[in-house]
Design a protein around this ligand. Sequence first.
Ligand code: ATP
Ligand code: MG
Length: 211
Amino acid sequence: MEKIGLLGGTFDPIHLGHLRVGVEVYERLALSKVLFIPAGEPPHKKGRPLSPFPFRYEMTRLAIKNVPYFEVCDIEGKRQGPSYSVKTLEELTAKIKAEFFFILGLDAYLEFDIWYQYQRIPRLAHLVVVTRGPGGQEEFLLKTREIFPQAVEENGIFLLPQGKSLRFLPVTRLDISSTMIRKAVKARQSIQFLVPEEVREFIALHKLYLN
Ligand code: ATP
Ligand code: MG
């Protein structure tokens, strides 16, 4: 059966941190491919104005187009209302017969228990938490004991009562965020080597993030 990695994000804009996560998880878990899923309306990012979905989708498409095992998925752009990951997973698992690996950074995992029906997510996909920000394995273990107290560990991989696995997978730490890229553009600083060239050109052409 195919093993498909899923990497959701606001991707406003997508950057080299996201792309390295895709490459490293693909290699380490011997996946068949990685789907990048730009969020429609991210439920936890209300407040700041978000670039329109077609812009974020197009930047993602440009960023991944030279990697044969990366794909961009527009499933959340088509749906109305907040983009709950559990809904996306339900749609994908109904449509595609594969083993799914839901990838998220440690910063996102530390807030996982505020996600809509987060307990249902590991019924549908394995969870893969990657290095992001200051913490590491320790923070991952603490959070796991808090939110999945019944998880059983074997060789660093947790089996969840919902049936799927959960693991921490260290990746190269690239201290890049979309927030810092938007700030740099606003301050008229260069974002070269933080995003793919095509994304940098797209941002300049469409005058994104200037104010
Ligand atoms: P923002 O600053 O707007 O929050 P971001 O850079 O955090 O943007 P998101 O779209 O919020 O990007 O992140 C999508 C997913 O990618 C999350 O699971 C996040 O943890 C992960 N991620 C983002 N940047 C990195 C990075 N540099 N290294 C590892 N994981 C990352
Ligand atoms: Mg973020």
